[in-house]
Design a protein around this ligand. Sequence first.
Ligand SMILES: [Zn+2]
Length: 249
Amino acid sequence: MGVAVVQYSKTASPGLSGMGVARQLYQLQEVDLELESNEQALARIARQLGESLAVTTARNKFSREQQCLEELKGQQHSAEWEVDDFTAKLAVVDDKLYGGRIANPKELANLQREADGLKSRRSQVEDKVLEAMEMVSESEARVIALGSELKGLEAEWQHEQQQLSVEAEQHRAIVADLKQRRQLLLASIDPSAVSIYSEVKKQKGRAVARVEGGTCRGCGITLSTAQLQQAKGDRLVRCASCGRILCPA
Ligand SMILES: [Zn+2]
């Protein structure tokens, strides 16, 4: 007749019909599906917990810019020292030039040339100082912008992590509850029926199929009147087409 009919042990579950066991197995399946989806959610959360790539990247950019700013400040200061150096040298020359101690026109002309040379070199270095100052202020603006971007990302990440921890806690509570319900169900179902359930579940993913409108909801095949009758009887009936345990509505 093509329908696999499995008789379960009546002594283990006195008074239960095949339909009753199929319904219990259907309940077990519901619990198992819920367990699976909660465990999947927990695994997804576990992957999302921990360092964020966006935060790490922003932190690296920020610290690189800070380092760059320090280098630019160093360049500005050494240019400023160079200016001071020229100013000091110029003061010495000016002192000789205007101190009135030297009267020799040739010597005075040499000193004047030396003073002009120092002034022109100092002016070049002053340009360097201005350029460095501009770069420092640009870098400072970038440090501020990157710093606030990093702060925002860190706050967002922290909020997300907190949210995930709360979610994980909820899923763990549901899983604990479902496991307990599963234990209670298992205690009330015939062990041989459970082992058939486990075996079909391994092959099909879902072991129990609802019977609706005379068809198996697992594979969609139309069941014969005889099969429908058997499914409602006191034996566990499996669909001839997909092998799932039939659970009449
Ligand atoms: Zn089927």
